[in-house]
Design a protein around this ligand. Structure first.
Ligand SMILES: [Zn+2]
Length: 342
């Protein structure tokens, strides 16, 4: 089969479009004919290499996958050959206390397709049967692939971790990112007021189209000052963080008394400080969040199928142009997802 493979970590040029053997499925697994694979920031981290993470090489990246079932293992009972599916990116043991509680993203063996195991930047990918999710028939393969990781991550952050309440004020950083565009929609779905940030007027206009009530151009405005102005000095109930060092101080300073900061990443760096006096006297919560659960993805896919949440696709490129897609993603000019069609 054709696949994107890298044999060493580095820039986009380490990604090669080449021939590799088709994966062999185990008895509880399915083989998926990939039709589309959406890219994430995770793909960039995996390609560059992460400290203290030993990714098996050679490696096929790609976590967000839609396609059709091509083969099933002998113990597979709930999906059939030819069925259209969206894949849950998270793979876990399915047997531990966390998995049995439905918190599969807390499993000690949890990983994503395309992270510690081969992913979907290929004509075929294998995965456990339980990763096959109902296909939202109102979407193309490219749109469907743009859903899983960002929507389940944003849902886990806002709903499960930050316990978002109707009518609250939410600051969404990086509206142009995949998680940002998902977070705006989820917060609006809960009837919240959304203040979104982005670096260009074009992205801010698109954030408004997704439902953002107010926007902040973070290159020319102070986020914390604008939030204070827009909330009559109160601050927001929830800050949706994934930017890291560049915005951390503004994020903390934008919280109302009793506010919650929830973060799933740090694309601009990991170093941050918290003034402990500020933390206790204003009764703030800082919440870490990592991916999402299969149950949360099912909820999201139901809302997507009903047209109440919509994946945002910036552009679609062919699989062979994966390196070009990585380079484009690194520029940060996209609004929504960059998707490879296979
Ligand atoms: Zn487990």
């Amino acid at each position: 089969m054709k696949a994107i493979v890298f044999h060493q970590h580095g820039g986009p040029d380490v990604l090669h479009y080449t021939d590799v053997p088709e994966p062999r499925v185990h008895s509880n697994e399915v083989l998926i004919r990939v039709r589309a694979c959406a890219l994430n920031h995770l793909d960039l981290w995996v390609r560059r290499g992460l400290p203290n993470v030993s990714i098996p090489l050679p490696h096929i990246p790609g976590s967000d996958i839609s396609g059709e079932v091509a083969k099933i293992g002998e113990h597979v009972t709930r999906v059939h050959v030819g069925q259209k599916v969206v894949l849950a990116p998270g793979v876990s043991c399915g047997k531990c206390a966390a998995c049995l509680a439905g918190a599969d993203n807390r499993c000690r063996e949890f990983t994503n397709l395309g992270y510690m195991i081969d992913g979907g930047c290929a004509e075929y990918v294998r995965c456990p049967e339980v990763n096959c999710m109902p296909y939202p028939e109102n979407l193309s393969f490219e749109e469907a692939a743009a859903v899983p990781l960002v929507f389940q991550t944003a849902w886990h952050m806002l709903v499960t971790r930050a316990q978002l309440q109707p009518g609250e004020d939410v600051l969404v950083l990086g509206a142009g990112s995949g998680v940002g565009s998902a977070a705006i929609q989820i917060a609006k779905f809960f009837g919240c007021r959304v203040i979104a940030t982005a670096g260009t007027d074009e992205k801010l206009a698109k954030a408004k189209q997704l439902g953002a009530d107010d926007v902040i151009q973070h290159r020319i405005m102070s986020i914390r000052k604008e939030v204070r102005r827009l909330t009559h000095n109160r601050g927001v109930d929830v800050v949706f963080e994934h930017v890291g060092t560049a915005t951390w101080d503004d994020s903390i300073a934008s919280l109302a008394v009793g506010g919650r900061l929830v973060t799933c990443g740090a694309t601009t760096g990991f170093d941050a400080k918290v003034d402990i006096r500020f933390l206790f006297s204003r009764q703030l919560s800082v919440l870490g969040s990592y991916m999402g659960t299969k149950e949360e993805l099912r909820i999201v896919l139901k809302l997507v199928a009903e047209g109440r949440l919509k994946p945002v696709v910036d552009r679609v490129l062919p699989l062979a142009s994966c390196a070009e897609a990585h380079a484009y993603l690194e520029l940060g000019k996209q609004f929504g997802k960059v998707v490879l069609s296979v």
